[in-house]
Every structure is written in structure tokens, then in C-alpha cells.
Design a protein around this ligand. Structure first.
Ligand SMILES: [Mg+2]
Length: 208
């Protein structure tokens, strides 16, 4: 299979470390199951402050500090050994390529990918505030790549992107998170993580 693989909250835990930093910065308390949806709920912080925080965080050491999910490296390795082709496809901006590829190398994941795709500057919606979460244009970018690369599966966590991929005919392994529990589509299969995917395709996974 040719498999597209998102990075944030699919390869690496991203929302939780982001929200912990956010909570520290603004002195707010996180709810029991925090996730990207939590940002909208924290109305005591203004949208402008949220945008500034996101830009400052992403410009800093944040992406370099993330940790892959424990069972991700071994399952990616087994997928490649079994003959599957992996394409890392993130909606991080193209200007994050160096920090992204350096991190993938450090974690021993870079060589598993046939290619690493980041979102070109021209694919961002110019009417959106810089730094603002923009799932619509990210969905169009990922749908286009899924078709160009003729992907059989896409590993994704985002609600809007998963549904857009499915509606365009690409099968999705939706990584279960609190912010996507309401997503359902005949081409979307919910997975609990990389070990779950290993089971589905008959690989030993972390038990190897
Ligand atoms: Mg993601």
C-alpha cells in the first residue's frame, strides 16, 4: 500500500504538550480530556493572544521537542519492511522543513519515508489570520496530494481533513483523539494507534 502519514498527533504527541505550554503561559486550567478543541473553549484568552502564542511557539523549540508515540517507530519500520510506501504529509508550513526533517532524522524516522511533504506557502488561505488554525486549506492540500500520490490509506487525526479525504475517495485510518470522536464515514476507520494498525495489516508491532 501507499500510505500517507500525518505528523502531529499521528507520529508525535503534539496537542497535549502544546496545551500544557499554553496553560502555563496564560495561567489557565485544562479540562480532563484536553485537545485541540480545548483552545476554542478557553475564551478567557483572546483570539489575538492565541495567534501570537501559536506563532511564537512554532517559531521556537516546540516542534523539535516533540516525542513520537512509543510504538510508532517500530511499526513504521515494519510497514516499510513489508513493502508498503510511506509518505509523511503534514500541514506544517514549508518553512518548517528543516526543523521537521532534523527531528525526523533524530528520531530515526526520516528514512522510512519516500518523501516528506509540507504545506506550500501558496496553499495557505490569505484571508485567514497568520498562525490561525486553518483546516479548510490544509484539507484541500492533503486531498490533492492523496490523489497525486495515489494513496491507498491516509493516517490522520484532524476532523475536517479526514472527512475531506474520505469524501474525495481516500481511505483514512483516523487516529482516535478527543477532538475527532464524532467523525464517521464509510471510508474512515478509527484506530487506537500504531499497534492497532500493525494488527490490522498483520505485522508483529511492538510485540516483535
Ligand atoms: Mg495532525
Amino acid at each position: 500500500m501507499r500510505i500517507g502519514v500525518d505528523i502531529d498527533d499521528v507520529i508525535a504527541e503534539c496537542a497535549l504538550p502544546y496545551l500544557r505550554r499554553f496553560a502555563d503561559e496564560f495561567g489557565v486550567e485544562l479540562p480532563p480530556e484536553p485537545g485541540w478543541h480545548t483552545l476554542n473553549e478557553l475564551t478567557e484568552v483572546s483570539p489575538a493572544d492565541k495567534d501570537r502564542f501559536r506563532i511564537r511557539t512554532y517559531d521556537g523549540d516546540f516542534f523539535g521537542s516533540l516525542e513520537p508515540y512509543a510504538d510508532c517507530p517500530i511499526v513504521l519500520e515494519q510497514l516499510v519492511e513489508a513493502g508498503h510506501e510511506l509518505y509523511f504529509i503534514t500541514a506544517r508550513a514549508e518553512k518548517r522543513r528543516i526543523v521537521t526533517e532534523t527531528w525526523l532524522r533524530e528520531k530515526g524516522l526520516f528514512d522510512h519515508a519516500k518523501a516528506v511533504h509540507l504545506k506550500p506557502a501558496g496553499d495557505f488561505d490569505p484571508t485567514r489570520a497568520p498562525g490561525r488554525y486553518d483546516a479548510g486549506s490544509s484539507a484541500r492540500y492533503k486531498v490533492r496530494l492523496a490523489q497525486e500520490l495515489e494513496l491507498d490509506r491516509f493516517c490522520e487525526d484532524d476532523r475536517t481533513i479526514s472527512v475531506a479525504l474520505a469524501e474525495a475517495g481516500t481511505r483514512v485510518w483516523l487516529f482516535d483523539h478527543p477532538w475527532n470522536r464524532d467523525v464517521g464515514h464509510s471510508l474512515i476507520e478509527r484506530v487506537m494507534g500504531w499497534s492497532d494498525i500493525a494488527d490490522k495489516v498483520g505485522l508483529p508491532g511492538a510485540a516483535a
